[in-house]
Design a protein around this ligand. Structure first.
Ligand SMILES: Nc1ncnc2c1ncn2[C@@H]1O[C@H](COP(=O)(O)OP(=O)(O)OP(=O)(O)O)[C@@H](O)[C@H]1O
Length: 312
């Protein structure tokens, strides 16, 4: 009897991959040996304090500036002088200030994009609907709120129906309602199969939207993975609630224990075996152990400790 044919798994290359991507200005590396990997269909949150190199990285992905070293691959193909034009045709981007002529209406701005890129009317209408600006198209852009300008910028980036969208700090300066509007938009785009790379210096602005996070500090990637992997990697404190915290701190000095208020003692970076050892040591000293738990950590705590609070 012949065995059924084995279908090889479909391996989709990352939509963006960089290898040792580096940018140096005057001998200083502002992007340093970066290995980015952005899976297809995700919202990739690119986080880091101001000046950590996010914009410089995004500009290199878009070929707006030349890397000093390393390589960029988009959808499995190397970005070179020969492939650049074609690859950029499948990327929409919003870098720095929102684009658009202030003295023209939203509709006039979109018509310019249509003509410039040789698009059809349906593509323009779809993009405007996606960012929910269809009722604002006859207003001059100078009368738009910042959030509306950002959404118009995103509509311009979306009009060519890109597979990849690169947005540099699209929520910067927006009020909570504007931030929520952009979050919802990014989720809808990812649901429609667009891969979105979005930068921010504020974790709270994108952590609920992003499936994958890349955290940059001083030009180096200090973490890349899912939100839950980040929480796991951060090894939260173990908190032991006990009858005599002063004596417990003395007993657990080799574990770097500290008094954490009332009956609590906090111990950093303990694995399960070490936790059992710490509890046994307390029991051996006749200190009553009331409870043992892992500290609650917000993603903000983790981010702050990873980036040592620099610039936040
Ligand atoms: N053309 C340039 N010449 C010299 N230094 C530069 C240049 N462009 C950027 N830098 C420096 O590179 C570092 C990274 O800047 P970049 O704008 O990429 O950071 P960022 O993470 O995007 O921060 P921000 O959110 O503030 O823009 C900064 O120290 C910046 O001053």
């Amino acid at each position: 009897m012949s065995s059924p044919p084995v279908t090889p798994p479909v391996v989709t290359p990352p939509v963006v991959a960089t290898e040792n991507l580096t940018k140096t200005y005057g001998g200083r590396s502002v992007v340093d040996d970066l290995n980015l990997s952005i899976p297809a269909g995700c919202v990739y949150g690119f986080l880091g304090p101001n000046g950590s190199g996010k914009s410089t990285t995004m500009k290199m992905l878009l070929s707006l500036i030349q890397p000093t070293g390393g390589r960029v691959q988009i959808m499995g193909r190397p970005m070179t002088r020969g492939t650049r034009r074609e690859l950029l045709g499948s990327i929409g981007s919003l870098i720095e200030a929102p684009p658009g002529y202030a003295h023209l209406t939203g509709a006039e701005n979109m018509r310019l994009v249509q003509r410039l890129l040789g698009l059809n009317r349906e593509q323009i209408d779809d993009a405007v609907r996606t960012v929910r600006l269809q009722d604002q198209m006859d207003k001059k852009v100078r009368n738009y709120s910042l959030g509306m300008k950002q959404r118009l910028g995103i509509a311009m980036a979306l009009a060519r129906r890109p597979r990849l969208l690169i947005l540099d700090e699209p929520t910067n300066g927006l009020d909570p309602a504007g931030i929520e509007e952009i979050r919802g938009l990014l989720r809808r785009l990812a649901d429609d199969g667009v891969t979105v790379m979005v930068s921010s210096h504020l974790l709270g602005e994108i952590d609920k939207t992003a499936n994958v996070l890349g955290i940059l500090s001083q030009g180096r990637m200090i973490f890349q993975g899912t939100r839950s992997e980040l929480m796991t990697a951060s090894a939260p404190d173990v908190i032991i609630s006990c009858s005599d915290p002063q004596a417990a701190v003395a007993t657990l000095r080799p574990f770097d224990a500290r008094h954490a208020g009332r009956s609590d003692v906090a111990i950093p970076a303990l694995d399960d075996q070490q936790t059992a050892g710490a509890v046994a040591a307390l029991v051996g000293q006749r200190i009553g152990v009331y409870g043992v738990r892992r500290d609650e950590q917000t993603l903000e705590d983790v981010f702050m400790s990873l980036t040592a609070g620099g610039g936040l």
